[in-house]
Design a protein around this ligand. Structure first.
Ligand code: NAP
Length: 295
């Protein structure tokens, strides 16, 4: 069963590292694990993993090493003492971080003769192993192609490009999208909840609405790329009027209005910049800001 499967080492057995190792075991990969707190290896050993006493021993067991620890400080505290064991191996780093940290990791890997791929996990541990869930990768295309079948055991592997920072950059952008969407949903839930609609009832309709919203994004993306925002579906002026209704309804029900006020401010800035008759996509001109903003 395991004969044709790639041997994999997993460093870091927190919630996510344990889920990664479990998904690989499930698919029949020979898996060697290591974690700073050794007790977390036990459930995986019960399922067939081999537990290594040190990172060096774990790395020596497989040509492919996955690392998933808290942050980059933790990563280097594990990898620095084990760098010589990693030479000639393929390292896939699934630890979250900034794009700049991914670039530094490539430099570190080159210095130690390690082939490096950066990754970002777009799910929580229960979703690991599902082909519906995206795993984003950037950096070495050779490493990605060589190990794609193994990476597919974790989720749907998407290669974003050779710039190693891309996976982290997309991760940050997609989490931003998630937080604003979830906060918008919670705001709406609080609003209808004030008139006694249960969250579950509202959410059935809200989820259908998200499908329509996804269509708006698809319509607006080419407008953003072209830098032209024809307001032939709904204009910024119309959206400013509409968000006034939301703010009015929320204020009357004692619901916090910080989020829609922030959104209205951005729309008003777009209008002030001459985009009142343009589509909502023109708000990107406000968000992009000028040089030095957002630092
Ligand atoms: P977690 O459960 O808190 O696990 C943290 C892991 O990092 C543990 O294995 C811990 O070892 C290890 N660690 C922390 N400091 C260390 C150090 N100084 N030296 C060695 N090991 C150290 O976190 P997690 O949810 O598994 O997250 C791990 C990574 O996956 C993070 O970068 C996170 O952003 C990313 N991620 C998580 C999710 C999620 O839903 N959980 C989703 C996407 C991405 P000990 O067990 O010894 O403490």
């Amino acid at each position: 069963m395991t004969g044709d499967r790639q041997a994999v080492t997993v460093l870091g057995l927190g919630s996510m590292g344990s889920a990664l190792a479990a998904a690989l075991i499930e698919r029949g990969h020979p898996v060697t694990v290591w974690n700073r707190s050794a007790a977390k290896a036990r459930p995986l050993v019960d399922r067939g993993a081999r537990s290594a006493a040190t990172p060096e021993e774990a790395i020596a067991a497989s040509p492919l090493v996955l690392a998933c620890v808290l942050d980059y400080d933790a990563l280097y505290s594990v990898l620095d003492p084990a760098a010589s064991a990693l030479a000639g191996k393929a390292l896939v780093n699934l630890t979250s971080g900034a794009p700049e940290q991914a670039h530094e990791a490539v430099t570190w890997a080159r210095r130690h003769g390690v082939d490096y791929l950066d990754g970002a996990i777009m799910t929580t541990p229960p979703g690991v192993g599902s082909p519906e869930m995206m795993f984003l990768y950037s950096g070495s295309p050779t490493l990605f192609e060589t190990h794609r079948p193994t990476l597919a055991a974790l989720g749907d592997p998407l290669f974003l490009g050779t710039d190693p920072g891309l996976a982290s950059l997309y991760d940050a952008a997609l989490l931003g999208l998630m937080w604003s969407t979830m906060t918008g949903w919670l705001h709406g839930t609080a609003l209808v909840g004030a008139d006694r609609t249960p969250a579950t009832e509202f959410t059935l309709v809200a989820v259908r609405w998200l499908t329509a919203v996804a269509g708006f994004l698809t319509t607006y993306a080419p407008q953003v790329d072209a830098g032209r925002y024809p307001g032939d579906d709904a204009t910024v002026d119309i959206q400013i009027t509409a968000i006034g209704h939301l703010i009015h309804a929320a204020a009357n029900r004692g619901v916090d209005n910080a989020l829609p006020e922030l959104l209205r401010t951005a729309m008003r800035k777009a209008k002030a910049a001459g985009h009142g008759s343009d589509s909502f996509a023109s708000v990107i001109e406000v968000l992009r800001g000028g040089p030095g903003e957002g630092t």
